[in-house]
Design a protein around this ligand. Structure first.
Ligand code: SAM
Length: 328
């Protein structure tokens, strides 16, 4: 049996008034729809279909032959979206798939180019609020954190089998946590007696390892996020997914990204910036040797952020950064 420890609250649950079901509220919905759609009859890929919120808003705006292809690593997300989008059946195709293999998924379905691609990264409220998924320190549950539950590596494996150096690296690099080394030592000590099995056990030992005067909730959030990034190889998948998206979007089509973590946003910014530059040969070289063509026009100088009103309605939007690039 898991031991239940007292945990700080993460904040308001995201519930619809009058509903007992938690629902994911799509972030920057209007901006996503207006910046992504350039052709009402086009094919759009929602690479992170989640609860289907953005996909629904896109479909509402498309014409009779406009289509959304929705991907998600999480089978539960695909199922929830299938129900939510039942009224658009003719215009939607959903796949439990990894966006890092976007090109392959489209090719298998006979699609060579699309009008736009959306990435709304991170987790949905459906995942965060489900204790059995193990994503949140504010619910007791198994140390799982897999987006795709048929994958073998779980958070339990990371926490119980990684070396101290590996744990410190993850907490420092992915969590940007100043107590990375102290926390990894506490994890190693705690697992000497018996394996760490639950989110509440991990949260408790993190809380005990760091000074009580600071904001412990922020540390917990960073440690849990860092482990999740490692379990799901999120940064590597994002790089591959973006390169795939750039390859499949047709000229004039858009790629829209929403990130919630500075490392994700840095990857998006750097790939967009690199692909918006042409030849990088030294000016004194008589003939171009790099053979690089400009592929993107970046439409957002800095990232777009939700306004105060949106953050007030949906606290989970607070860290969102939206970027838009247009294929040349
Ligand atoms: C923030 S939620 C998306 C919410 C969605 N936009 C909506 O409005 O309901 C992010 C989703 O991306 C999915 N995801 C994360 N990495 C993925 C990947 N590499 N391939 C496919 N889906 C992924 C997660 O499982 C999660 O459901």
């Amino acid at each position: 049996m898991n031991t239940l420890y007292t945990l700080p609250s993460l904040g308001e649950p995201t519930l619809n008034p009058g509903s007992r079901e938690p629902e994911h509220i799509p972030v920057l919905k209007e901006t996503v729809v207006s910046s992504l759609i350039t052709d009402r009859e086009g094919i759009y890929v929602d690479c992170t279909v989640g609860g289907g919120g953005h996909a629904e808003a896109i479909l509402d705006r498309l014409g009779a032959s406009g289509t959304v292809i929705g991907l998600d690593l999480d089978a539960d997300a695909v199922e929830a979206t299938r129900k939510r989008l039942a009224r658009f059946r003719q215009n939607v195709s959903l796949f439990q798939a990894d966006f890092s293999a976007l090109g392959e998924t489209l090719e298998e379905n006979g699609i060579s180019e699309v009008a736009g691609v959306l990435f709304d990264l991170g987790l949905s409220s459906l995942q965060l609020d489900a204790p059995d998924r193990g994503f949140s320190y504010s619910h007791d549950g198994p140390l799982d954190m897999r987006l795709n539950r048929s994958q073998s590596k779980t958070a339990r494996d990371v926490v119980n089998w990684y070396t101290r150096n590996e744990l410190t690296r993850i907490f420092r690099d992915y969590g940007q946590e100043r107590y990375a080394s102290t926390i990894s030592r506490a994890v190693i000590r705690a697992r000497e007696g018996r394996p760490i099995e639950s989110t509440s056990h991990l949260a408790h030992l993190v809380q005990c390892a760091i000074p009580t005067r600071g904001p412990q909730v922020k540390t917990l959030s960073r440690i849990f996020q860092a482990i999740r990034i490692e379990v799901n190889d999120e940064l590597c998948r994002l790089k591959k997914g973006l390169l795939n998206a750039i390859a499949v979007v047709r000229g004039g089509g858009r790629i829209v990204t929403i990130s919630y973590h500075s490392l994700e946003d840095r990857i998006v910014k750097s790939i967009f910036s690199e692909k918006s530059k042409g030849c990088i040969c030294p000016p004194d070289l008589p003939v171009c040797a790099c053979d690089r063509a400009v592929e993107l026009n970046v439409l957002t100088r800095g990232a777009l952020r939700p306004d105060d009103e949106e953050v007030r309605r949906n606290n989970r939007a607070r860290s969102a950064r939206l970027r838009i690039a247009e294929k040349i």
